[in-house]
Design a protein around this ligand. Structure first.
Ligand code: FMN
Length: 370
């Protein structure tokens, strides 16, 4: 495509043509039949908008705050391993792009660059993502490094205790590189066991025995606020807040772990209700349009995050690609707000959405457009 991409789907198309098949599949793919991935887009597309007229929309503000940090748009960069697969500058480019776009990046512990190098390149706020390790000393050591490097929250991923079965990776024999973040840790007999279809073995660094009490322990033993990632039920949303999380990311890991879950946008309302204002609630999964962001905000998310699109932006044009991709989302959200008569993020609400065709009530045999 000679012309500039004008939406996130075009970014993916161009990126696909530039990446090797195995690399593209690693990013785009999900677990087993990828039913959750398809459902996610289908559900977004089934939620309809209710536009509103004759509201003064001359001044619109798409900025918000997350844990007290102002961001210029309610879209953050999700933690995702190995940006180096899409661009040689890897997370350094993404971090600079996030800063230039005025948003926050969550840096994965599986990054292709060390957390210190990413922090050194960053021009905006950063959170660091990690896991609960069997060795609690290592867990605290990594968190302490993040704090030392200037990260302002720790994002604890809860939904990755077991290795998923990603069939594209198995077919392609795809194995990503180990992150330099782990090279600096003395892991003893532990390591990351990435076998694509295996439960974590006894030496796997991840702790399959961890429970909510371990979240209490972590929150009590680090200074950074903890944001948990991977919540898909109201129960777990409530437990997260009860056990010290300041933020909750409603996420199914982009359909990359357990397949056939509901789409995140479907479970978002129950999590928001159960958390009951005791933590901030964010959401990721399938966000590709300004209308998707609007829908998530209307259903109670404070901000959304994007995963795969950052790789598409990087593959197309490095840092500039990510900046322009975020710019597209921002302007699509801004236009959606204008057309729905909403001028601030806080004013976005469910009144702007519909899910069932009103024709159904009039004609029992009318087609169901859901
Ligand atoms: C290539 C890739 C690597 C990822 N690595 C991580 C990771 O290291 N830690 C984590 O918590 N989530 C990881 N994720 C999941 C994302 O944070 C996020 O939940 C998901 O991508 C959101 O869906 P989306 O890609 O449709 O935006 C990864 C996702 C992708 C696509």
């Amino acid at each position: 495509m000679a012309q500039e991409p004008i939406n996130l789907f075009e970014y993916e198309e161009i990126a696909k043509s530039r990446l090797e098949q195995g690399q593209y599949d690693f990013i785009a793919g999900g677990a087993t039949d990828e039913i959750t991935i398809r459902r996610t887009r289908a559900v977004f597309d089934s939620i309809m908008m209710r536009p509103r007229m004759m509201v003064d929309i001359s001044k619109r503000d798409v900025s918000t705050t997350v844990l007290g940090q102002k961001i210029d748009l309610p879209v953050m960069i999700d933690p995702a391993g190995n940006h180096g697969v899409a661009h040689e500058d890897a997370e350094l480019a993404t971090a600079r792009a996030a800063g230039a776009a005025g948003t926050l990046m969550v840096v994965s512990s599986h990054a292709a660059r060390t957390m210190e190098d990413v922090a050194g390149a960053a021009t905006g706020p950063l959170w660091f993502q990690q896991y609960l390790f069997r060795d609690r000393g290592l867990t605290l050591e990594m968190a302490a490094r993040a704090e030392e490097a200037g990260y302002t929250a720790l994002c604890l991923t809860l939904d990755a205790k077991v290795s998923p079965k990603r069939e594209r990776n198995i077919r392609n024999n795809y194995v990503g590189p180990a992150s330099p973040n782990y090279a600096q840790l003395d892991m003893g007999t532990h390591s990351w066991q990435f076998a694509a279809d295996m439960p974590a073995g006894p030496n796997d660094i991840r702790d399959p025995a961890s429970t909510w009490e371990d979240l209490d322990w972590l929150a009590a033993n680090i200074r950074l606020p903890v944001v948990v990632k991977g919540i898909m039920t109201g129960e777990d949303g409530k437990y997260s807040a009860d056990h010290g999380a300041k933020g909750v990311i409603v996420s199914n890991h982009g359909g990359r772990y357990l397949d056939t879950t509901l789409a995140t946008i479907e479970v978002l309302p129950e999590v928001v209700k159960a958390v009951d204002g005791n933590a901030e609630v964010y959401m990721d999964g399938g966000i590709r349009r300004g209308t998707d962001i609007f829908k998530a905000l209307a259903l109670g998310a404070r901000s959304v995050l994007i995963g795969r699109p950052l790789f598409w932006g990087l593959a197309v044009d490095g840092e500039a690609g990510v900046v322009s991709m975020l710019g597209i989302l921002k302007s699509e959200l801004d236009a959606t707000m204008g057309m729905c008569g909403r001028t601030t993020i806080d004013s976005i609400d469910m009144d702007c959405l519909a899910t069932v065709s009103p024709l159904l009530a009039l004609f029992p045999t009318a087609p169901d457009f859901r």
